[in-house]
Design a protein around this ligand. Structure first.
Ligand code: ATP
Ligand code: MG
Length: 237
């Protein structure tokens, strides 16, 4: 389970003040939730605060029964995979292959939960995402969509219990988007997906949370939210 309670966040040394205000929601195991909102609404900020990348100003985050604190940061991050909005924040090794294996090796994983070797899992994931041919390429010299898929592979291989995805379909061509949709649909994890991609949200999520200027404006079934034109217009969508 994922629980965010009365969360306030602000950026250090910023004049803006709170960019998240009193944000609360609970996600059940296996729930896939869309996080919608105009540019600057606070979607990325929420995902970053949930992993302590941006320190929480007030309120609490609890992931799989562990409350996010300085002392539990490693534990929370081991259970939670965050795919950053900008893939350049995720890829830092020299090749795609090294980037994909970095997390598991760093956490001392040598087999996946199903007992498959890391190499087999990495090959399988890269092939499923349609980027098997890129594994020996330099990560920072890939195209935008290729980087996005490599970043996704580097997180999915960790088999985190919770997935936080920031604009996962940005830069993807229709084929890449279909591959990603198929993979995510087949995964049991709880997911929070910040996106502007409405068809993707309709296929993948059953619930949507709308952020407006750092405040939760609506939280309900995706179909109901997407039909509410007044709400969407007032939230800048
Ligand atoms: N590093 C930063 N320092 C100061 N303010 C920031 C920083 N990053 C974002 N902000 C501000 O915080 C607010 C929320 O930004 P955030 O990136 O969370 O929006 P978003 O909903 O993810 O938008 P987008 O759809 O463009 O990705 C915005 O007003 C933004 O200008
Ligand atoms: Mg963002």
């Amino acid at each position: 389970m994922l629980r965010v309670q009365n969360l306030y966040a602000e950026y250090p040394h910023s004049q803006l003040g709170h960019v998240l205000e009193n944000v609360s929601f609970t996600a059940n195991d296996g729930e896939r939730i869309a996080l919608l909102g105009a540019n600057g609404a606070g979607k990325s900020t929420l995902l970053l605060s949930m992993l302590g990348v941006l320190p929480i100003h007030a309120g609490s985050v609890e992931i799989c029964g562990v409350r996010l604190e300085k002392a539990t940061l490693t534990q929370v991050r081991a259970r939670t995979g965050l795919v950053f909005q900008n893939p350049d924040d995720q890829l830092f090794m020299s090749t795609v292959w090294e980037d994909v294996l970095f997390g598991p090796l760093n956490y001392g994983m040598n087999k996946t939960d199903e007992g498959i070797s890391l190499e087999n899992k990495a090959n399988f994931l890269l092939d499923s995402l349609g980027i098997g041919h890129l594994k020996d390429r330099m990560s920072h010299k890939l195209s935008g969509g290729e980087k996005r898929l490599a970043a996704l592979a580097s997180v999915l291989i960790m088999e985190p219990q919770v997935l936080l995805l920031d604009e996962p379909t940005a830069f993807l061509d229709p084929r890449g988007k279909r591959a990603l949709t198929t993979i995510l649909t087949g995964l049991p994890q709880t997911m929070l997906i910040a996106t502007h991609d409405i068809p993707f949200v309709e296929t993948l999520t059953s619930r949507a949370i709308v952020l407006c200027k750092g405040v939760i404006r609506a939280d309900g079934p995706t179909t109901t939210i997407l039909r509410n034109e007044t709400l969407l217009a007032e939230s800048g969508l």
